[in-house]
Design a protein around this ligand. Structure first.
Ligand code: CP
Ligand code: NVA
Length: 306
């Protein structure tokens, strides 16, 4: 049966451990394993802009010997020029996998239902699972453990936050989320996670080993911008807030950042900021994911066999 990656829920602890182990190896071996996706073509369907996700998927596929075709909403018009079902069924006849960034999570679910090839979530309104994989891998690289760490997410209970909440539960990372009232993560995700949800950023950041934030206005929410900037103003990650964290607390952000809004330039450019490591790791963890979904016979006991 084909496997999709729509949500972190699609993976268990062993899957995550396998991905971390493969990503670590791929990072060391950069460019050496070229042929694992030989003869495989992937469609990258993007309804929204992207730097990191698009470039890391295209580069990762290239480095593994496959090919990618980028399709913007202007090119294929999902749901307007053609139905999701028709697009999924057509693509399934030609290529090996679909990687899609969509406005509505249901579009991904429908793509997965109608495609006979795997579908990967490259961000939806509800989740950003590839980002969470890279983030957890980065935390593991820095601390070599998840146990005993306090991980504080400050700001909007959004797609990135949801995926981190699901991932944190699987790996056993103690996650705290501080959001303004009414902007907390969705209940469905709260129920599935063990994250502590509060409305006070200081409470979440207190003694934290890692502080994470994301934009206050996600793609698709531009009309709410004015209101959101008001609501979130006390949730900025700045040095005053970080006084409450552990002295060497690491700073994370999925990027793109709105400097001066959810995070100050001083903080994002500080020596404890690992935002570029996170971005770098998108490439390695997604290569690991592609191998797991499309070339699993090359993995044995969580390791690459070649
Ligand atoms: N973090 C992330 O997904 O970046 P892009 O929107 O640039 O892909
Ligand atoms: N929450 C942000 C993440 C961007 C990578 C958004 O959805 O726009």
């Amino acid at each position: 049966m084909k496997k999709d990656f729509i949500s972190i829920k699609d993976l268990n602890k062993t899957d995550l451990e396998t991905l971390f182990s493969l990503a670590e190896r791929l990072k060391k071996l950069r460019l050496k394993h070229k042929r694992l996706l030989d003869n495989k073509v992937f469609a990258l369907i993007f309804e929204k802009p992207s730097l990191r996700t698009r470039v890391t998927f295209e580069t990762g596929i290239y480095e593994l010997g496959g090919n990618s075709i980028y399709l913007s909403q202007k090119d294929i018009g999902i749901g307007s020029r053609e139905t999701v079902k028709d697009i999924a069924q057509n693509l399934s006849k030609w290529i090996s996998g679909i990687i899609a960034r969509v406005f509505t999570h249901q579009t991904l679910v429908d793509l997965a239902i109608y495609a006979s090839i795997p579908v990967i979530n490259a961000l939806s309104d509800l989740e950003h699972p590839c980002q969470a994989l890279a983030d957890l891998f980065t935390i593991k690289e820095k601390f070599n453990k998840f146990d005993g760490l306090k991980f504080a997410y400050i700001g909007d209970g959004n797609n990135v936050c949801h995926s981190l909440m699901l991932g944190a539960k699987i790996v056993g990372l103690n996650m705290w989320v501080a959001s303004p009232k009414g902007y907390e993560p969705m209940n469905d995700y709260i129920k599935l996670s063990s994250a502590k949800i509060v409305n006070d950023p200081i409470e979440a950041v207190n003694n934290a080993n890692v502080v994470y934030t994301d934009v206050w206005v996600s793609m698709g929410q531009e009309e709410e911008r004015k209101q959101r900037l008001k609501v979130f103003k006390n949730f900025q990650v700045n040095f005053k807030l970080l006084k409450h964290a552990k002295p060497n607390c690491l700073i994370m952000h999925c990027l793109p950042a709105h400097r001066g809004e959810e995070i100050t330039s001083e903080v994002i450019d500080s020596q404890n900021s690992i935002v570029i490591d996170q971005a770098a790791n998108r490439l390695h963890i997604q290569k690991a994911l592609l191998i797991k979904l499309f070339a699993p016979s090359n993995i044995k006991s969580k390791q690459l066999t070649i």
